[in-house]
Design a protein around this ligand. Structure first.
Ligand code: SAM
Length: 246
């Protein structure tokens, strides 16, 4: 896995520096999730961020809810190094744990979380892995706990799917040309375009961008035992999918 793109320090540093330029709705999706968390200011609730990368969403949660604790779960040493630096000011409230989302990461949690969140990570899992992960989330949450996945989702129609991928690739090129995206991330972004536009329609395996529709994934949520499932927000290639543990 050491050559996996998200394990390379340059890609982790580049993404951390430029995610809000590369991803046109990066902050908006974080805000949708933050504004929906069922946590009060004095709640010592546990929040888990799956594929939490360099800890940017975790930092926003910890700042917004001063008694909350956040565990960032990620498989990438490179990203977790950045997350540890970012979260060290929160002391014991911010924990970084290295694990694959395909692992039994929930076993190491100190208690059942009030919320499990994720952004731009779960689409790297193949359909069977996503279904297993959603079952782990449904089983692991505390009663009334919520799950939010703010992620890349494909439209059902192939032509529309290709068109949204092309529009995102054009956006990435504009951002690279503007100088807002460090050069160390350029080859990763061109790789995204090659896989999702140049090789459109080829089979995907775990670790690729295994995009599935919002509808399919809400079906997985329901099968996993989550209720009140909904698309909280959706635009272009992105959606925030939510569900509640009864
Ligand atoms: C595009 S980055 C997003 C990081 C962060 N969630 C954000 O929005 O800034 C994708 C992250 O998902 C993590 N990731 C991808 N596949 C994973 C897996 N199977 N298990 C754990 N983490 C994974 C990567 O290591 C990386 O940190």
């Amino acid at each position: 896995m050491s050559n996996y793109r998200w394990n390379q320090l340059d890609n982790a540093r580049g993404y951390d520096a430029a995610a809000e330029h590369v991803h046109p709705h990066y902050r908006e999706i974080q805000d949708v999730i933050l504004n929906s968390l069922p946590i009060s200011q004095d709640d010592t609730a546990l929040v888990v961020d799956l594929g939490g990368g360099s800890g940017r969403l975790a930092e926003l949660v910890l700042d917004r809810f001063p008694n909350s604790r956040v565990w960032v779960i990620d498989q990438s040493d490179a990203f977790l190094t950045l997350a540890r630096e970012r979260l060290c000011r929160f002391g014991f409230r911010g924990v970084c744990h290295q694990a694959r989302l395909q692992d039994d990461w929930q076993r190491v949690l100190p208690e059942a979380p009030a919320a499990i969140v994720s952004t731009s990570a779960i689409h790297h899992l193949d359909p069977a892995e996503k279904q297993r992960l959603y079952r782990q989330c449904a089983n692991g949450l505390r009663p009334g706990g919520v799950f939010f996945n703010g992620d890349e989702v494909r439209p059902n129609d192939d032509a529309e799917y290709l068109a949204v991928c092309q529009r995102w690739a054009s956006h990435m090129h504009r951002m690279m040309e503007s100088g807002l995206v460090p050069e160390l991330l350029h080859s990763a972004l061109c790789g995204w375009e090659a896989r999702n536009v140049g090789q459109f329609g080829l089979p995907r395996v775990s670790g690729d961008d295994c995009h599935e529709t919002a509808e399919t994934q809400l079906g997985y949520f329901t099968e996993a035992g989550l209720t009140a499932t909904s698309v909280s927000w959706q635009r272009e290639l992105w959606a925030v999918l939510s569900g509640t543990k009864p």
